[in-house]
Design a protein around this ligand. Structure first.
Ligand SMILES: NC(=O)c1ccc[n+]([C@@H]2O[C@H](COP(=O)([O-])OP(=O)(O)OC[C@H]3O[C@@H](n4cnc5c(N)ncnc54)[C@H](OP(=O)(O)O)[C@@H]3O)[C@@H](O)[C@H]2O)c1
Length: 245
């Protein structure tokens, strides 16, 4: 299509699907990753193709080191240069000290922090000049969520990883992160169904609502594009104001 290929992980739904759509409308070709939601991933890729994007679909479970390798190996078989990567796939909300297990901790740290690092490392030689990487962190990396210990820790790791990589890879590569607050996706549906928790979040949020996936997608598109050409190592909070309030 012209602007180059972007790999978007976790593109089957929620924020990742919105990013795929936003990037396709902006003229990028796409490699879209998903794990289990194959029908939804097909729908997103079809919609992106209608916008004129060349789209490849790749499936992998990023909670395991093997899955991370599989994804990178598959991307290599496509024989394309990458203009950017959006490390968006994530999971792991909901644990506490009584329920946490070593296996669950490893899975959450793998998908939220290890996968972004090793996807970048394994695909480094495919990244062209002026490539841009966006990591999907979370406002939980700044203000941890009480009952999401491993998730909060993993997102803090991802935010700091973003800065460490930005120090290593300038000037040819820019690496930034987004730290969303509460966004209307499947990940937060259990919160929106709990009136007491939902009300307390809305009360603390100056903009008095959850964000929409499209509002994160626009920031991702900005960070991928040359419009953010002097930005690297930033973690942009997009949260309706709840973090500072
Ligand atoms: N929603 C929020 O309020 C919020 C706030 C801050 C940060 N975030 C971050 O934003 C990102 C997207 O979240 P979302 O709200 O859009 O969540 P979502 O709607 O639940 O989508 C999660 C995406 O990640 C993929 N994924 C889940 N487990 C996976 C696994 N084991 N291996 C590979 N891929 C997997 C899913 O793939 P399949 O469905 O195909 O399995 C899906 O595409 C995550 O990194 C999340 O931590 C979200």
């Amino acid at each position: 299509m012209g602007k180059g290929h972007i790999l978007v992980t976790g593109a089957s739904k929620g924020i990742g699907a919105a990013i795929a759509m936003e990037l396709s409308r902006s003229g990028y070709d796409l490699i879209l990753h998903y794990n289990k939601s194959s029908a939804q991933a097909e729908k997103v890729s079809e919609a992106c193709r209608k916008n004129g994007s060349d789209v490849a679909l790749v499936s992998a479970d990023l909670t395991s080191p093997e899955g991370i390798k599989d994804l990178c190996n598959h991307v290599r078989t496509l024989r394309v240069k990458l203009k950017g990567i959006v490390n968006n796939a994530g999971s792991g909300v909901g644990d506490d000290l009584t329920r946490i297990s070593e296996e669950a901790w490893d899975a959450v740290l793998n998908i939220n922090a290890k996968a972004p690092l090793f996807i970048i490392k394994n695909l480094l030689d495919l990244l062209g000049e002026n490539a841009s990487i966006v990591n999907m962190s979370s406002a939980a990396s700044i203000n941890p969520i009480r009952n999401s210990i491993s998730y909060s820790a993993s997102k803090a790791a991802l935010s700091n990883l973003t800065k460490a990589l930005a120090l290593n890879f300038g000037p040819s590569l820019r690496i930034n992160a987004i730290a969303p607050g509460f966004i209307e996706t499947d990940m937060t549906s259990f919160i929106r169904q709990n009136e007491r928790i939902y009300d307390s979040i809305i009360k603390r949020t100056p903009l008095k609502r959850f964000g929409k996936p499209e509002e994160i997608a626009k920031v991702a598109r900005f960070l991928i594009s040359e419009d953010s050409s002097f930005m690297t190592g930033e973690v942009i909070v997009v949260d309706g104001g709840i973090t500072f309030s």
